[in-house]
Write a protein that binds this ligand. Structure first.
Ligand code: ADP
Length: 407
């Protein structure tokens, strides 16, 4: 029975792969139940200390320390392990779903991979130079090895509904058109996934569901969702804009870039590195690990407190702006490593917001089991608050089926 979907997420230096079984057996049936059969995580590709950790249903989790010089080497190892375990074989493989970071202005939905869509992904390399090439490597490898249908699910697609007044920058139109300079937004699959799960749990139709989703991981972004559609998000032309992140600066006065060039003599590449990899939480206090930062805050470490508070301040600024855009907000949803797991950050973000109808239940917030989905608002809160684990890979599997069966 062809009932397995492989999801591949090739990052700039990582490969994630998840194998799903469609429980009802026949993919043409409605109401598929999904079971995850295997999960692979390869890290530090083309760097020192690369490794692959994986778990396969019914077996213990394993870690293999192996040098992966390229994405292809990591994918080959993963697919060999699938073969050895008799998974995703010719009798069971149905399709492959790929996370693709950038689809530019041309792609608004998940698409079947063919020459035309592959060309668009190639054309968008200039917008996502670290990610789209990695995504293409995964697509080519799977095309050669498996020859089944492949679907691309794009980080930018969910935000294609953002209106022009929200995606436009105040710069000359001639440059906008020449270089397609606009806000695109990212993390779309995660924002959409957590919002859909919460709408479902609240027994609401997604098309009349409005929420503010906070994806707070190493990369972080906020999204305003009105009637099931993204109408605004904090990341922009690149993932550098918006919230303060683990190592990215987020919103910054562009004049600071001139200063770095003129006074520090930094090149474009050096500024790129500084703002993407050495800024944000790390720039302020030397660490981009929120667990470490919160621990240091307990010991009154001033720079850690500044990093934490600046991170929270920026989130609250966006939250206020987005509440203005969606006055009938049903829910605020925290996700990502920090959003799912840090009760302290959720508490600080929601502090004294009862005038906006946002009332966190401190007991529920503190006692929520790690990794569980949970409503953490007071009964009186008109905006419900949730901590909801994200699952981008499951969402990609679901969208892959939708595209192929045209559901
Ligand atoms: P990525 O964007 O790389 O996928 P994650 O979503 O895994 O990142 O989030 C990583 C962040 O989550 C790190 O800052 C980490 O410290 C933080 N984090 C994970 N668990 C906790 C926790 N229990 N409390 C606070 N922060 C946490």
């Amino acid at each position: 029975m062809k009932n397995q979907i492989l999801v591949l997420n090739c990052g700039s230096s990582s490969v994630k792969a998840d194998l799903f079984l469609m429980e009802n057996g026949d993919p043409h049936e409605k109401n598929i139940d999904w079971q995850r059969l295997a999960k692979f995580r390869a890290e530090r590709i083309s760097k020192n200390g690369s490794k692959l950790s994986f778990s396969i249903t019914g077996k213990d989790k394993q870690v293999i320390e192996q040098e992966f010089k390229t994405h292809e080497e990591a994918i080959e190892k993963i697919t060999n392990l699938l073969d050895e375990n008799l998974l995703f074989n010719p009798e069971t493989r149905f399709a492959i779903g790929h996370r693709v970071v950038h689809g530019g202005e041309k792609i608004n939905n998940p698409v079947k991979i063919d020459d035309q869509s592959q060309k668009i992904i190639e054309d968008c390399i200039e917008f996502a130079p670290l990610h789209n090439p990695a995504n293409l490597k995964g697509i080519s490898f799977c095309k050669n090895k498996y020859g089944v249908d492949q679907v691309g699910v794009f980080d930018t697609a969910f935000h294609s509904t953002i209106p022009a007044e929200a995606y436009s920058y105040g710069i000359p139109q001639q440059l906008v058109q020449k270089y397609q300079i606009r806000r695109y937004g990212f993390h779309g699959t995660s924002h959409e996934y957590v919002a859909q799960v919460v709408a479902h749990n609240l027994d609401m139709d997604f098309h009349s569901f409005s929420a503010i989703t906070l994806h707070l991981g190493n990369g972080a972004s906020v999204c305003a969702i009105k009637d099931g559609k993204s109408i605004e998000t904090s990341m922009g032309y690149t993932p550098l804009e918006g919230l303060m992140m683990g190592t990215r600066c987020g919103d910054l006065d562009p004049a600071i870039v001139f200063l770095l060039q003129e006074k520090e003599g930094l090149s474009t590449d050096e500024i790129d590195l500084l703002l993407n990899k050495q800024s944000g939480l790390k720039g302020i206090c030397g660490s981009n690990d929120m667990r470490d930062i919160l621990q240091r805050c307990e010991n009154n470490d001033k720079l850690a407190i500044l990093a934490r508070d600046a991170f929270v301040h920026r989130i609250r600024r966006y939250l206020g702006a987005y509440v203005a855009e969606i006055p009938n907000c049903n829910a605020i949803i925290f996700t990502g490593g920090i959003g799912e797991n840090s009760a302290k950050i959720r508490e600080l973000v929601c502090k004294d917001l009862s005038h906006l109808g946002i009332n966190l239940d401190l007991d529920k917030n503190n006692t929520r089991p790690l990794g569980a989905d949970f409503q953490i608002s007071q009964k009186s809160s008109s905006v419900k608050i949730f901590a909801q684990p994200t699952d981008e890979e499951l969402m990609i599997a679901q969208k892959t089926i939708e595209v192929l069966l045209n559901k």
